[in-house]
Design a protein. Structure first.
Length: 402
């Protein structure tokens, strides 16, 4: 089996989709499955990646002006055709429904190579955040057209599967997400104390952490409104850390000026893992997630989550066991939770164990093994094996009977 993976986001871009697909590429290679990734190039990628990793074919990309953290790709059609023809994929995995994904769909469909797709983002739920609700019928029709020839559509949560079923999608399968519970793990109390001291965080300060894009579709206006509604005397022993970047950053910095807030930009590796582990609570107000990778990373770090009862996040949080589920887009409910949980440390300590234990159940290896088996099922369906016995029964005097 040879897999061609087409994606408009990949390492070193920092987002949940890119990290999942990068991990998938590595998992396929570890299983001895030949893989060719068609992905964008990035200014920050290393020269080593471009020169020596021939399993990833990079394509020109440029910043999307309204949202510079996102890059648009331009396929190199003749070059890619030559590379793909030489590679001769037996299965195409189309991970994004835009530029490189469109090229992959066209290439594989023309050659009758079976295709699967993975659904990562609720673009339909994003539209009203950008005053583009009028585009919803067009978007829905496009997504149905794009996914119609796919032999499987992989979705990251059961909530997403139900959402897609309601829109008429078929051949849906669960491709969930795991977490590296070694990379993301609780810290010893003494180590955590030293890290907090190094960051100038008081011993009795309750630290609330957010990790993700700073964008309107993450419902950060709700977190902002909740924070602004907290009385100063309650804020005195709180600190809010925002990790990530995006078009909302400047507006949030201005609106929250003078409040106990720090904007840390992008963080990764050990530095990010330490921030998860030293936080008292992870706050994630987004109601648009298909899964919520950052929620799982927080849980693995032993940090309970304040989330909302919507999207894929609600499948990760067990209310009052590893976190709390609040009504979506409800600033008052979030404000009350932030105030109450800051002074009730006993709840936090009880939920830490539940947070870690819930993450330990999610093994990447088991998830990728199931996905690979699904790949095999698709290729077997596309090229069924006819037994010698069956062929002999259908042959009479050297002729095949219809």
């Amino acid at each position: 089996m040879r897999i061609a993976l087409f994606t408009d986001t990949f390492d070193p871009e920092i987002n949940g989709v890119a990290r999942t697909l990068t991990r998938l590429h590595r998992a396929l290679q570890q299983r001895g499955i030949e893989t060719l990734v068609i992905a964008p190039e990035y200014p920050q990628q290393s020269a080593t990646d471009t020169l020596f990793d021939h399993s990833v074919q990079r394509n020109l990309s440029f910043p999307f002006l309204p949202y510079p953290e996102v890059r648009l790709s331009l396929p190199r059609p003749f070059y890619l055709k030559k590379k793909l023809d030489a590679f001769a994929p037996t299965l195409c995995h189309i991970a994004t429904p835009v530029n490189l994904g469109l090229y992959g769909k066209s290439y594989c469909q023309a050659r009758r190579i079976p295709m699967v797709a993975s659904y990562h983002t609720h673009f339909d739920r994003y539209l009203h955040y950008y005053n583009l609700g009028w585009m919803l019928p067009v978007l829905n029709e496009y997504m149905k057209w794009f996914h119609q020839p796919m032999k499987r559509i992989y979705a990251p949560s059961n909530e997403t599967i139900e959402h897609l079923k309601a829109q008429g999608f078929a051949r849906l399968e669960l491709f969930s997400r795991g977490v590296d519970t070694v990379e993301f793990a609780p810290l010893e109390q003494a180590e955590c104390r030293v890290l907090r001291q190094n960051l100038g965080i008081g011993e009795h300060t309750t630290v609330y952490l957010y990790v993700g894009r700073l964008a309107v579709e993450k419902d950060l206006d709700i977190l902002k409104d909740a924070l602004l509604a907290i009385p100063d005397e309650a804020l005195h022993n709180m600190l809010f850390l925002f990790v990530g970047d995006g078009p909302l950053r400047a507006g949030l910095e201005q609106a929250l000026q003078g409040k106990p807030v720090r904007f840390l930009g992008f963080r990764k590796g050990k530095e990010l893992a330490n921030l998860y582990a030293l936080a008292d609570w992870f706050v994630f107000p987004s109601s648009t997630e298909t899964f919520g990778n950052v929620v799982l990373e927080a849980l693995a770090s032993g940090t309970p989550v304040i989330g909302v009862n919507a999207g894929g996040v609600k499948e990760l949080i067990r209310h009052d066991e590893n976190g709390f589920l609040l009504p979506p887009r409800n600033a008052d409910a979030l404000k009350d939770a932030l105030i109450n949980l800051a002074v009730r440390s006993g709840i936090r300590h009880r939920l830490r164990t539940g947070a870690r234990n819930s993450a330990l159940l999610r093994s990447w290896d088991a998830i990728f093994d199931r996905l690979v088996e699904s790949y095999h099922e698709v290729t077997r369906e596309a090229h069924p094996v006819v037994s010698v016995h069956t062929t002999a029964k259908r042959t009479v005097n050297g002729n095949i009977k219809g």
